[in-house]
Design a protein around this ligand. Structure first.
Ligand code: DGT
Ligand code: CA
Ligand code: CA
Ligand code: ZN
Length: 589
């Protein structure tokens, strides 16, 4: 187990160093270590203890120290540091057949490609074949390779998976013999993409099923009904308690796995199939240390089931506070649950308004009144209208004159509205060098300013970072919109220096947006966590272009929650008076 992990780490270090163009001698020596460890018949940890590892050819002093570090801590600092120096999406390119580190290096340095979708774009634009040593033949081979990788991963966006899951859950709930239906897996954890949808069904006790003919198990009938449902495109597998199908929605086909579970195991199954795998592994270790056994059927002492009906009982019996599914990624939640230190996550009910929306003044579909009405029906106290600024021509960005008229219009509408306030805002373009698309005197007339990058997202790290930092220096910029600019499955994140961005947000008192559009989710979970830890406020904005778009708030809540955000980290939970005071505190008096 450890041999493989260590081998992978060393070969990844070599890959990253090669992409960065570092010392050839060290790259080669890391590759040797990867090979030697990978081929070792005995356990590295054992050989380390016995001193044999130190005698092995190819394993030098500093390598030995790194292996020791891994055995002790489960990670190697030097490896983490190397990974931090390149966009993580860059390593995905190495999965493409015919693409090695040297090619990735060329892509990264010559074309600023940071991942699969950048590469796809560069291929489509024909720039890859113009690189020295490439040509049309090699470009075609890479294109083929990308198709291969895409087929192999096949993950879909969370919202697409939710549409599929919703249909299946509704169908299962009305089947005879079904007591409870519980989505599990990455969907329940609200991961940004989902590989397949896992759903658990708790069958009603057999005696409640008077209509079941003798000899036919209720479970069989549930799976049979599921696999013959109208939304099923293809049945992949069907057995007594488990069925797997491909279902067609308005999105790409999605695999849905349904399992039927007895009520005494329902909590254990929910826990197991919610995952993540990493979280489960940790939980099982805790059980083993306590002399117990944990699996999808229950928590056992010897052969006796102690608990299993509810997740709560399982966590409690293992000495842990209940862990919200959003946090089950083995990112410190187990330790926190043991110390009663889990955050109380922000919830949809805490949200008092939305910081990012568009109207038909630019590229939205509804009027200001229409958006206000929709926001009011969600129980909001405020809605920020943030239409585009002049440079975003394709989105019909507003000139200062049009904006001035819109502000007046908002004031007139506010005078009539009861119970909700429209904040006059703008989504101002961050131009080259971090200049803003409006002068300060115009920004000063706005209640709320979101500054976003919409152009040259593919620039080098230093340039995109400087642009963002500079925008934050402006006292009227309250928030940076969709900070990395990624579009899931379509456009790679900008190569931002995220620690620098977060530090500067803290210093300048600028909020960072969690764009709730499920194709963005930007900031993403781990970056939300960094912001939360640095005391930076998150501003949730749906970027709604229609009234229905306002519903996407729940995706932002999930993303912030996955970033461990409590209520006090989220600006949307404050009263309007407090929000206004917060905005003023950055502005000149
Ligand atoms: P996905 O489908 O790739 O988006 O991610 P998940 O987390 O839904 O993964 P999936 O569908 O393969 O399995 C569902 C859950 O089942 C997973 O989160 C944890 C649990 N599970 C699956 N395989 C294993 C395993 O080998 N060991 C442990 N401990 N748990 C597993
Ligand atoms: Ca799954
Ligand atoms: Ca699955
Ligand atoms: Zn927008």
């Amino acid at each position: 187990m450890e041999n493989a992990a260590i081998s992978t780490i060393f070969s990844q270090m070599a890959d990253v160093m090669e992409i960065l163009g570092e010392d050839r001698f060290r790259i080669n020596s890391y590759r040797t270590v990867a090979r030697v460890i990978g081929e070792m018949p005995a356990d590295v940890a054992v050989l380390l203890k016995s001193g044999e590892l130190a005698e092995t050819p190819g394993i030098g002093k500093s390598t030995l120290a790194k292996i020791e570090e891994f055995v002790r801590t489960g990670a190697i600092q030097a490896h983490q540091e190397l990974l931090a120096r390149i966009p993580s999406s860059l390593l995905e390119l190495l999965n493409i057949p015919s693409v090695g580190p040297k090619t990735v290096k060329t892509f990264y340095h010559e074309l600023h490609i940071r991942g699969l979708s950048d590469l796809q774009k560069a291929l489509d634009e024909g720039v890859v074949e113009t690189l020295p040593g490439f040509g049309p033949k090699k470009a075609a081979a890479i294109r083929k390779g990308i198709e291969f990788v895409a087929k192999a991963t096949g993950r879909i966006r969370l919202d697409q998976a939710m549409v599929a899951a919703h249909a299946v859950v509704a169908y299962l709930q009305q089947l005879p013999g079904v007591d409870k239906v519980q989505p599990a897996g990455s969907l329940r954890r609200r991961a940004e993409t989902v590989g397949d949808v896992d759903i658990l069904v708790c069958a009603a006790p057999a005696k409640a099923l008077k209509e079941t003919p003798p000899g036919v198990a209720a479970n069989d009938r549930i799976i049979e009904s599921f696999t013959s449902a109208p939304f099923v495109e293809r049945v992949l597998a069907a057995g007594g308690t488990k069925g797997s199908v491909l279902i067609r929605t308005n999105a790409p086909p999605v695999q849905v796995d349904v399992r039927v579970v007895p009520s005494e195991s329902f909590g254990a199954a929910a826990q197991y199939f919610t995952g993540s795998k990493a979280h489960n592994v940790r939980l099982r270790e805790i059980a083993v240390k306590a002399g117990l056994k944990l699996n999808e059927y229950g928590l056992f002492k010897d052969e006796k089931r102690i608990t299993g009906a509810t997740e709560e009982e399982i966590y409690a019996r293992l000495g842990l506070d209940y862990v919200n599914p959003l946090l089950r990624e083995d990112r410190g939640e187990i330790e926190a649950a043991r110390k009663h230190a889990l955050p109380r996550l922000v919830a949809l009910d805490d949200i008092r308004g939305d910081f990012h929306s568009h109207t038909n003044a630019t590229d939205g579909s509804a009027t200001i009144e229409g958006m206000a009405q929709a926001a009011q029906s969600l129980g909001y106290e405020f809605l920020c209208i943030t239409d585009h600024s002049q440079s975003t021509v394709i989105a019909n960005g507003q000139s200062p004159e049009r904006l001035a008229r819109q502000i007046e219009q908002i004031h007139r509408i506010n005078a009539k509205l009861k119970g909700i306030t429209i904040l006059a805002g703008a989504e101002v373009d961050i131009l080259a060098e971090g200049r803003l698309d409006f002068e300060d005197e115009i920004l000063a007339d706005l209640d709320w300013v979101v500054a976003s990058i919409h152009s040259a997202l593919g620039g080098p790290r230093e340039r995109v970072t400087t642009r963002t930092l500079k925008a934050m220096d402006n006292p009227y910029v309250s928030c940076i919109g969709h900070p990395t600019g990624r579009v899931i499955g379509h456009r790679e994140a900008m190569d931002l220096d995220m620690p620098a961005v977060i530090e500067h947000a803290a210093q300048t008192g600028t909020a960072l947006e969690v764009n709730c559009d499920p194709s963005r989710l930007d900031l993403k979970d781990i970056h939300c966590r960094m912001a939360v830890e640095a005391g930076v406020k998150l501003a949730l904005g749906t970027d709604a272009h229609s009234p229905a778009g306002l519903f996407h708030m729940s995706f932002g809540i999930a993303t912030a929650g996955r970033g461990w955000a409590a209520k006090n980290s989220v600006l949307n939970t404050l009263s309007l008076t407090k929000i206004r005071a917060w905005i003023r505190s950055k502005r000149p008096r």
